[in-house]
Design a protein around this ligand. Structure first.
Ligand code: RB5
Length: 150
């Protein structure tokens, strides 16, 4: 699986650590930046990573800022993106099973690298359960469609 990785300055160091972890687990990564601790705007990097998912270059994306909140707000503006901000193992597993989330957001100032790694690992390796959860996603998609046609 190919995974787009993005961060702002607040998430840069965690992104670098997670890139190594993903490579060790056999995932390919596409790093869209940022590339240093210099202050940048998270939304610019969220947009690039989400574009890689929407154009099919990557199956999923992982977005990291200080809190993960700015990244998740920005990513969820894009139709077809289901971004989940997760700081615990249970939510990371459940959002794959229930929401088929295609973007994971993390706050590097909220959790440490050890927990971040276990969250990312379970998120990457858990499948969507379908069934009643697909019905709910269909309703979300219908809302997106209605709003876009206005
Ligand atoms: C940057 O200082 C910080 O605002 C950003 O990383 C993020 O936490 C925003 O949601």
């Amino acid at each position: 699986m190919r995974v787009a990785m993005a961060s702002d300055h607040g998430g840069y160091l965690l992104k670098e650590e997670l890139k190594t972890a993903l490579a060790n687990w056999g995932f390919q990564t596409v790093d869209v930046g940022c590339n240093s601790l210099e202050s940048v705007d998270y939304v610019d990097y969220a947009e690039q990573a989400v574009a890689a998912v929407l154009n099919g270059e990557c199956e999923r994306a992982i977005l990291i800022c200080g809190t993960g909140i700015g990244m998740s707000i920005a990513a969820n503006k894009f139709p077809g993106i289901r971004a989940a901000l997760c700081h615990d193992y249970f939510s990371a597993q459940a959002t794959r099973e229930h929401n088929d989330s295609n973007v994971l957001c993390l706050g590097a100032r909220v959790i440490g690298p050890g927990l971040a790694e276990s969250i990312v690992k379970v998120w990457l390796n858990t499948g969507f359960s379908g069934g009643r959860h697909q019905r709910r996603l269909d309703k979300i998609n219908a809302i997106e469609k209605r709003l876009l046609s206005k």
